[in-house]
Design a protein around this ligand. Structure first.
Ligand code: C5P
Length: 236
């Protein structure tokens, strides 16, 4: 059984740009603690001995830059760079099409912009996928969660969702390769677009297990997140 990793890194970082950070530098290429965010993520997966190959999906015009970065930081041995797409789902789908995996192999998908993922959590996710077939890292909700209806006057609360029924999905999200490929094919046939891989697999009727995540595994999305990630790195 092999373990493949897909790092979607073809986002444009528009939410970061909206906050004043240069739109010329998508967030996965911003520097954190002296290294591009993407390289931090790659290193975490490279440190896990069970990981065989890592596929990074990037914009076509960034393929050469990323290949150079990957080679320059000594993480090239297990890494392939492929072209991403216009949505996260398309980027993952393109990488998935390039994977030489058998049905029983494991595929982990991880947001390139979660650079503080740790090898222990990656290992636990692999164990959980080996046991359940599908597992994602997630964090119990701390805030009280409200369902709302969007109106012209703003959001109006329609209900309160019991907090103990909620987890916040993070990544990695892992699946047996055959199961993931089937779920992606079904989603494409139905025109379904999900914001994570689990939502695509859930709609195929597959049960997805949860592995405990951490607040440290943050997704660098908005201005301020980079400073928080720097803070965590200085602590460790
Ligand atoms: O923007 P979002 O929060 O969905 O980004 C999650 C991850 O998906 C990021 O690492 C981003 O680079 C990636 N992504 C992608 N292709 C897209 C959009 C996002 O690979 N078209």
């Amino acid at each position: 059984m092999k373990v493949f990793v897909i790092l979607p890194a073809a986002g444009l970082g528009t939410r970061m740009a909206a906050g004043g950070v240069s739109p010329a530098a998508p967030k996965q290429f911003l520097t954190l603690h002296g290294l591009p965010i993407l390289i931090h993520s790659l290193r975490a997966f490279e440190a896990v001995s069970r990981v065989d190959t890592i596929y990074v999906a990037v914009r076509k015009n960034e393929i050469d830059r990323v290949k150079t970065q990957v080679a320059g930081h000594g993480v090239a041995a297990k890494v392939h760079v492929v072209e991403g797409g216009d949505t996260r789902q398309e980027s993952v789908s393109n990488a998935l099409a390039a994977l030489p995996c058998t049905d029983d192999d494991i595929v982990l998908v991880h947001d390139a912009v979660r650079p503080l993922i740790d090898p222990v959590t990656i290992d636990r996710t692999i164990d959980s996928v080996a046991k359940h077939g599908a597992a994602i890292v997630a964090l119990p909700a701390i805030d009280t969660i409200k369902q709302v209806e969007r109106t012209a006057d703003g959001a109006i609360i329609t209900s309160t969702i019991p907090r103990e029924l909620i987890v916040q999905a993070q990544t990695p999200q892992g699946f047996r390769c055959g199961l993931l490929k089937r779920a992606f094919a079904e989603a494409q046939a139905d025109g379904f677009v999900g914001t994570d891989e689990a939502s695509i697999v859930e709609r195929s009727g597959v049960e997805v297990a949860v592995v405990m995540g951490s607040a440290k595994n943050l997704k660098i999305t908005q201005p301020g997140d980079l400073e928080l990630a720097e803070f965590y790195l200085k602590q460790s």
